[in-house]
Design a protein around this ligand. Structure first.
Ligand code: HEM
Length: 229
C-alpha cells in the first residue's frame, strides 16, 4: 500500500492530505473574496463572482463551515509534525539567513520548518475564532438571538482574525512559491531526495533510516554531519 519506499523520490503528502489541503485552500480563497466583498465597498465588485450581493451574503458562512470542517481534518493530520522543537527556535533566530538564502548556515530542519509550523499554529488559532464569531453574527439563524454588545464584539474579532489569517496565507503562498518544488510536493505528493535533503534534512534522514533499517550497521557517516552545529 505505502508508496513511500519507491526509489524515485520521497512521498511527502499522501493523496488524502493533498486533496484535504486543496479543499481548504480553495474554500479559504473563496472566503477571502466573499468576505472582503461584504467587508468594504471597495471590494464590492467581488460579489459578481458569487452571483450578486445576496448570494454572496448567503454563501460566505456556508463556505466557512465547509472550510472549518476540512481544516479540522487537515489540522489533525499535521498535528504531530508541527510541534516547535529546539532547532526550530534556532531557525527562527536565524530568520535573516533564511530570507537571504544562506541555507548552509541554518540548523537542520525536520519535515516542516519553523515558518511552516507557525503557519499551522496561527491557522489553528484563527479558524475556530472565525467559525465561532461567524456563527454568532450569522443571520438569520443565530444573530437575532444575540445581545447587541456580543454582535459588535464578534464582528470586530471576526474582522481582525480574518486580517491575521489573510496575512498568514499570503506569507504561506509566497513561501510555497519561493521554495521551488513545494507546490509540486503539494500537487503530486513526491519530492526528490535532493530537495528533501536540502530543505528538510532531519526528515530526509528519518525517511532514509526507515528505508534502510540500521540492521547492517555499516554506516559511512556521510549523512550525519548535519547533526553537528
Ligand atoms: C491558495 C492557497 C494555498 C497555497 C498555494 C498553498 C500552498 C502550500 C504548499 C506548496 C504547501 C507545501 C509546503 C512544503 O511541503 O514545503 C502547503 C502546505 C501546507 N498548507 Fe497550504 N496553501 C494554500 C492555502 C492553505 C490554507 C488556507 C491553509 C490553512 C488554513 C493551508 C495550510 C497548510 C498546511 C498546514 C501545510 C503543511 C505545513 C506547511 O507546509 O506549512 N494552506 N501549502
Amino acid at each position: 500500500m505505502s508508496h513511500s519506499n519507491t526509489k524515485k523520490g520521497i512521498l511527502r503528502y499522501t493523496w488524502w492530505a493533498r486533496t484535504n489541503h486543496w479543499v481548504v485552500a480553495i474554500s479559504f480563497v473563496l472566503l477571502v473574496l466573499s468576505g472582503l466583498a461584504l467587508f468594504h465597498p471597495f471590494f464590492w465588485s467581488f460579489t459578481g463572482l458569487f452571483g450578486g450581493p445576496i448570494p454572496t451574503r448567503f454563501i460566505h458562512p456556508w463556505i466557512g463551515v465547509v472550510m472549518s470542517l476540512f481544516f479540522l481534518l487537515l489540522a489533525v493530520q499535521f498535528f504531530k509534525e508541527s510541534f516547535i522543537k529546539r532547532h526550530d527556535i534556532q531557525w527562527l533566530k536565524q530568520i535573516r539567513d533564511v530570507l537571504s538564502n544562506r541555507d548552509e548556515k541554518l540548523p537542520p530542519v525536520g519535515k516542516n520548518n519553523a515558518g511552516q509550523k507557525l503557519v499551522y499554529w496561527i491557522m489553528v488559532a484563527c479558524v475556530p475564532v472565525l467559525l465561532v464569531t461567524g456563527i454568532i453574527i450569522w443571520r438569520p439563524y443565530f444573530a437575532d438571538a444575540m445581545p447587541l454588545w456580543l454582535l459588535r464584539f464578534a464582528v470586530m474579532v471576526h474582522a481582525y482574525t480574518a486580517f491575521l489569517a489573510i496575512i498568514t496565507l499570503i506569507i504561506h503562498i509566497y513561501s510555497g512559491i519561493w521554495v521551488k518544488g513545494s507546490i509540486r510536493a503539494m500537487v503530486q505528493g513526491r519530492v526528490s531526495k535532493a530537495w528533501a535533503k536540502h530543505h528538510h534534512n532531519l526528515w530526509y534522514e528519518e525517511v532514509m533510516k526507515e528505508r534502510n533499517p540500521p540492521s547492517a550497521d555499516k554506516d559511512d557517516d556521510s549523512s550525519r554531519q548535519q547533526q553537528s552545529p
